[in-house]
Design a protein around this ligand. Structure first.
Ligand SMILES: *Cc1c(COP(=O)(O)O)cnc(C)c1O
Length: 386
């Protein structure tokens, strides 16, 4: 088999940490019980689920009963947004979100619009930060929910959660945040940040795919949700379906490791990112997308003037696996809605690269990638001049 390119696409997914795999393995074979069963096998599995729930709750300063396991962040976002809309439509039918959210937030909102809800999609400034005064102005008496992500999946920008949370708390509006990219990478405290609902996923933080959770606040205020999956009444009635102990144990282990290593790993990734930027700064006409410092440590998103985005990705393909900043959904050739919201032109939005550095990225890899990007951009620009 041909050697695979260097992996710098950690916003798409991450490999499972071998320590996480080790923790998961016994739950496929030895402790395989259904956590709902009332016998030894069930009790064993249930104990592991209980411990995992405690670990996850603790890292975000929540109570274990406030963690609802889901198949990932897409499902958690759907449960939060549609579940709140169905539970609170008597209070109002207005929702506020942001233009740069993930499609797993935007699409449930669009779906609710088709049912008669009104949704405000807030603009962001040139750095990708939500326009706070626009948020204040968008609030109406009938607003029931504000949904703003912690960290953006394309440009890594960290939104001012603290002030948004305070505003929502003051106004008596529920606050949901999509933390898929942020959990285990930046400190999150649902109490201090006045978060009422928070979506999480394991596979962006060296855990397995197919598992995540929604934090649902139980006090001050107690959040009501209408379930989107009906069945055995698992997860306090909010999400039916047999729990999956190997995935849940893997999720908790991944979160626990990431929390313990967060500070040191964040510093290491910032160092690697600076190293990469040093290479890129050899090139004229490059544009960094998103706030220079208020962003995830492993994220860098850059547009290259005067090159064709498709040729750039193709040229780099043998060396490095990464995504363009542009929409990665197979059917879509539209430029990234996130980069467009920053005010980038179509051509710059197309000619962009999203670097996602991670736990297993090395300095030697960054040297090779930095060199390859500089060479490829120079070659493409040279060809164009001919
Ligand atoms: C990856 C991602 C999702 C989707 O998460 P899944 O667990 O893959 O469903 C949602 N929101 C953001 C910001 C993401 O990065």
């Amino acid at each position: 088999m041909a050697e695979l390119p260097i992996y710098l696409d950690c916003h798409a997914t991450t490999p499972v940490d071998p320590r996480v795999v080790d923790a998961m393995l016994p739950f496929f074979t030895d402790y395989f019980g259904n956590p709902s069963s009332l016998h030894g096998y069930g009790w064993q599995a249930d104990a592991a689920v209980k411990k995992s729930r405690e670990i996850i709750a603790q890292t975000i300063n929540a109570q274990p009963q406030e963690i609802v396991f889901t198949s990932g962040a897409t499902e958690a976002n759907n449960l939060a947004i549609k579940g709140v809309a169905e539970a609170y439509f008597n209070h109002g039918k207005h929702i506020i979100t942001v233009q740069t959210e993930h499609s797993a937030v935007l699409d449930p909102c669009r779906y609710l619009e088709s049912l008669g809800f009104e949704v405000t999609y807030l603009p962001v400034n040139a750095d990708g930060l939500v326009d706070f005064s626009a948020l204040e102005k968008a609030i109406r008496p009938e607003t029931i929910l504000v949904s703003v992500m912690v960290a953006n999946n394309e440009i890594g920008v960290l939104q001012p959660l603290q002030s948004i949370g305070e505003l929502c708390q003051d106004q008596g509006i529920l606050f949901h945040t999509d933390a898929a990219q942020a959990i285990g990478k930046v400190p999150l405290d649902v109490q201090a940040m006045n978060i009422h609902l928070m979506s999480m996923t394991a596979h962006k933080v060296y855990g397995p795919k197919g598992i995540g959770a929604l934090y649902v606040r139980r006090r001050q205020p107690r959040v009501n949700l209408v379930a989107q999956l009906h069945g055995g009444g698992h997860e306090r009635g909010m999400r039916s379906g047999t729990l999956y102990p190997p995935q849940i144990v893997g999720f908790a282990t991944a979160i626990e490791l990431a929390a313990a290593e967060m500070a040191a790993e964040g510093e290491r990734l910032c160092g690697l990112r600076s190293q990469l930027l040093q290479h890129l700064h050899q090139l004229p006409d490059i544009h960094i997308n998103g706030h220079p410092s208020q962003r995830l440590p492993g994220n860098l998103n850059v547009s290259f003037g005067g090159v064709d985005g498709q040729s750039l990705l193709l040229g780099l393909q043998p060396v490095v696996a990464l995504s363009s900043g542009s929409a990665c959904s197979a059917a879509s050739t539209a430029p990234s809605h996130v980069l467009k919201a920053l005010g980038r032109s179509d051509s710059l939005a197309y000619a962009s690269l999203r670097f996602g550095l991670g736990r297993f990225t090395t300095a030697a890899e960054i040297e090779r990638v930095g060199q390859a990007v500089v060479d490829t951009v120079n070659t493409l620009r040279g060809l164009k001049g001919v």
